[in-house]
Design a binder for this molecule. Structure first.
Ligand code: MG
Ligand code: MG
Ligand code: MG
Length: 312
């Protein structure tokens, strides 16, 4: 094809981008540039306050928005489900996927596809730099470190592996971050306040959509340092869940508020059937249930739901 060789590669994380998505995209585009490839990091949505803090902290330019992927050449990071990809993905050319989530991907031609059981996509990208002896600058190391700390909830999440911790320590040296716990909490606090946020914005700020058979499920997650603010706005949030679920045709719509200090999650939900009690084997009250020890969407929330809906 004419001009095919010089076609720029867009590196993109998932919608409702998080720090792991944005950091890994910037770092991987940079890595490809070093290898002589034309690549640019993009964001398929608005940057969240936590990621904003990280970009400012390491003085890194915000990636440009990619609101329409049609006709573009794309590398997908930190997700592989098309419902989470930038809009227009059906008409884009996907050349590579790097991720750490469950696989739900189909494509018409062979591509590079790398999924690892690891705490963050940033850990996978950091390994590429380290293994290939590509120089990590303070900025890139800082971004990658932030992605690891964010996704593993400062190594508290059950998704954390030994490798994540080892890599984070190496990155911290280069990024000159002395206290990982302190930096991690500072980072996590950026997103923690719900003050001034509309119920809808809270639900969709870190949101993922899944299709289980014929069921459409939406799962928003927020991380807080205490649950008080969520408890106080519980009724309002559930009302919004119902409204949004009906508008957007969800069978189940959830907001998971994760307490990163006490380690547990408060689930607020609206559902068409009795799904939550069945999936998590716990009695729910007034469209809410608290799950002790639960923090991870991919490891502790999505699997019981997948299982429930596949047994139907
Ligand atoms: Mg992510
Ligand atoms: Mg991730
Ligand atoms: Mg995440």
């Amino acid at each position: 094809m004419k001009g095919e060789k010089s076609k720029i590669i867009y590196v993109s994380g998932h919608r409702s981008p998080d720090t792991d998505s944005i950091s890994s995209a910037i770092a991987y585009a940079n890595y490809l540039n070093k290898k002589g490839k034309k690549a640019v990091a993009v964001s398929p949505g608005k940057i969240n306050p936590e990621t904003r803090f990280v970009l400012d902290y390491f003085k890194v330019k915000t990636p440009q928005l990619l609101l329409d992927a049609r006709g573009k050449k794309l590398i997908l990071l930190d997700h592989n489900e098309k419902t989470q990809s930038p809009k227009g993905i059906e008409k884009a050319e996907i050349v590579e996927v790097i991720d750490h989530h469950k696989v739900n991907f189909e494509y018409e031609s062979p591509i590079y596809f790398q999924v690892e059981v690891i705490g963050s996509t940033c850990s996978i990208i950091a390994k590429k730099y380290l293994n290939n002896r590509i120089k990590l600058t303070k900025k890139i190391a800082g971004l990658l470190l932030a992605g690891i700390l964010s996704d593993t909830v400062i190594f508290r999440s059950p998704t954390t592996t030994k490798e994540d911790i080892e890599i984070a320590k190496k990155l911290a040296k280069i990024a000159e971050i002395k206290n990982l716990e302190k930096f991690g909490i500072e980072l996590k606090k950026q997103k923690a306040s719900l003050k001034g946020l509309k119920a809808e914005d809270i639900i969709f700020s870190d949101f993922k959509e899944y299709v289980f058979g014929k069921k459409k499920v939406g799962l928003g997650q927020i991380e807080v340092v205490e649950l008080d603010e969520v408890e106080q706005r519980k009724k309002e949030l559930i009302k919004q869940l119902e409204k949004s679920a009906k508008n957007k045709n969800y069978d189940l719509l959830l907001l998971v508020a994760t307490d990163i200090i006490k380690i547990g999650s408060l689930l607020l939900f609206w559902e068409k059937g009795n799904y939550i009690e069945k999936a998590f084997k716990k009695k729910a009250k007034n469209n809410s249930v608290y799950l002790k020890g639960v923090m991870s969407r991919k490891k502790q929330l999505v699997p019981p739901l997948t299982k429930l809906f596949s047994n139907r």
